[in-house]
Design a protein around this ligand. Sequence first.
Ligand SMILES: CC(C)(COP(=O)(O)OP(=O)(O)OC[C@H]1O[C@@H](n2cnc3c(N)ncnc32)[C@H](O)[C@@H]1OP(=O)(O)O)[C@@H](O)C(=O)NCCC(=O)NCCS
Length: 148
Amino acid sequence: MTAPYDALAAVHAAAFASAGPRPWSAAEIANLAAARGGVLAVDAASPVRGFALARVAADEAELLTLAVSPTARRRGVGAALLDAVIGRSAAAGATRLTLEVGAGNEAALALYRRAGFAEVGRRSGYLAAGPDGDALIMLLVLEPNPSI
Ligand SMILES: CC(C)(COP(=O)(O)OP(=O)(O)OC[C@H]1O[C@@H](n2cnc3c(N)ncnc32)[C@H](O)[C@@H]1OP(=O)(O)O)[C@@H](O)C(=O)NCCC(=O)NCCS
């Protein structure tokens, strides 16, 4: 199945409307997903409610984005997408998954902490001025899971 990249771009724009990165185009998402090591997890519902993108290089994986439509939050979609990325990154040989998150992004921080991520670094003023504009680097050590 071809991923509905236009729909994913719309989800990304809606998810990050109030803050965060500029919206990613359908072509950018498609290119990242198709690039070597690209991992794309898409919510199975129609219309699509969220997606996650990661990149695996050797034993390192990086979560590039995780976006859930504002109207579909707190229903487990983000946690399921994160689980999919964790499983598929481990299956691709990664032993560590890192990500960058705004220090003031309480929803994402709660989700990542619940999944077992630990804060391993902070970039002051990386996203904006003030402490909420700091970027936190988080790390999850992955269990080998060749069956996924
Ligand atoms: C962060 C985000 C992906 C979470 O998606 P979601 O589908 O709402 O998350 P889930 O429903 O799977 O939540 C799983 C758990 O995360 C935590 N969590 C999620 N949203 C939360 C919030 N607003 N406040 C506190 N905890 C929250 C809770 O522990 C939640 O479990 P619970 O609902 O049983 O309490 C979503 O809010 C989003 O797209 N935000 C904008 C984009 C973004 O910031 N992405 C991350 C960039 S690094």
